[in-house]
Design a protein around this ligand. Structure first.
Ligand code: UD1
Length: 334
């Protein structure tokens, strides 16, 4: 089975490509290197002994995308390509609507031109649940107003896929809602290394632990949670990547729209994550409390019952493993 992966050199994309290759899928990649590096393909090859073909262009270019689909004739697509910085999306909303929506339209148009390309897996996010009314979040929890244009693009993309699936009853749209992916490949060859100042907690902690930033600022310690800091559901990126392989295998004959959460199913506070990081790496670092970050929800974590029951999903790695792997990756890439 051949899988075309858009954004296949990015953080989640590259880990997923490794899992696909290790499970004997054929893989080709479209990536414009907007937030990734060409050298990642060598690291994928070092881990798997296989070299996936990479097409280097922006998937929003629908003529080029169609051309690749007609050459490669993939059986399924995993669509990761898109912009993901919440803060930047508030400053540049049009850029986010343009890139994140045009990319999906381009991929779906290309799929329409290849009848044997039956499924698309879309990289959605827990952000579609907005401020939760109750926890844990299940796939039937309501979609709420997004707190950013980035979040809004995930909601719109989910709607586009629903409408596309209605007129393509012989195909399937699999929407995976990721909670907070963290960690790195245990080999130390793949990981998360954002350009500039990291937005997300784990890459920031890792920069502080490796002395590239002086201290970590915790955004708010007066939330209504046990220790006052915000709660999230952190999932090791390799476990998340394995979820895609399970979805491809288990949903081969599925038609229509399938929605599934991928998380660890456990809530962890910012302070708990910091303590786990210090314990796992043996590194101490300075922490300061700051004000809440605009748009943050106090707590969210997933119910992963559906993923367990229907996909056979389970997490292999602990929070400490994820911290150790993120640290090891950063040490190699300073
Ligand atoms: C955000 C997005 C999510 C997206 C994910 C990955 C929203 C509401 N959330 O998740 O959709 O998939 O990024 O791009 O759109 N924190 C600190 N100090 C820091 C950095 C973060 O205390 O230096 C805190 C945050 O305020 C938050 C927690 O750590 O409480 C997790 O933050 P982060 O890693 O940015 O993830 P989310 O905001 O949950």
């Amino acid at each position: 089975m051949k899988i075309l992966v858009t954004g296949g050199l990015g953080f989640i994309g590259s880990h997923t490509v490794v899992e696909l290759l290790q499970n004997n899928f054929d893989v080709c990649i479209i990536d414009n290197l907007a937030n990734s590096k060409m050298s990642t393909v060598d690291n994928i090859t070092a881990i798997t002994n296989k070299k996936p073909k990479v097409y280097c262009f922006d998937v929003c270019d629908s003529a080029k995308t169609k051309e690749v689909f007609s050459t490669e004739r993939p059986d399924a697509v995993i669509h990761f390509a898109g912009l993901k910085a919440v803060g930047e999306s508030c400053e540049k909303p049009l850029l986010y609507y343009h890139v994140n929506i045009d990319a999906t339209l381009s991929v779906l148009n290309a799929m329409d031109s290849v009848p044997t390309c039956k499924s698309i897996i879309f990289a959605s996010s827990a952000t579609v649940y907005g401020v939760p009314n109750s926890l844990p979040l299940t796939e039937t929890s309501p979609i709420q107003d997004a707190t950013s244009p980035y979040g809004e693009t995930k909601i719109i993309n989910e709607r586009i896929l629903q409408d596309w699936a209605k007129v393509n009853p012989q195909k399937s749209a699999i929407i995976l809602r990721y909670f907070n992916p963290i960690g790195a490949h245990p080999s130390g060859l793949l990981g998360e290394d954002p350009n500039g100042v990291p937005n997300n907690l784990m890459p920031y902690v890792t920069r502080v632990a490796t002395k590239q930033a002086p201290y970590l600022k915790i955004n708010g310690n007066d939330y209504d949670t046990l220790d006052g800091t915000a709660i999230r559901d952190y999932i090791h990126v390799v476990d998340l990547a394995r979820g895609h392989v399970l979805a491809l295998n288990k949903l081969k004959d599925f038609r229509g729209v399938y929605i599934c959460n991928l998380g660890s199913g456990k809530g962890t506070s910012v302070l708990e994550l910091i303590n786990a990081y210090k314990k796992a790496t043996g590194v101490d670092f300075k922490v300061e409390f700051g004000p809440k970050r605009a748009g943050d929800v106090p707590a969210n974590f997933a119910s992963i019952d559906k993923a367990k029951r229907e996909l056979g999903f389970e997490c292999k790695y602990t929070l400490e493993d994820a911290c150790k792997h993120a640290y090891m990756y950063q040490l190699k890439h300073i």
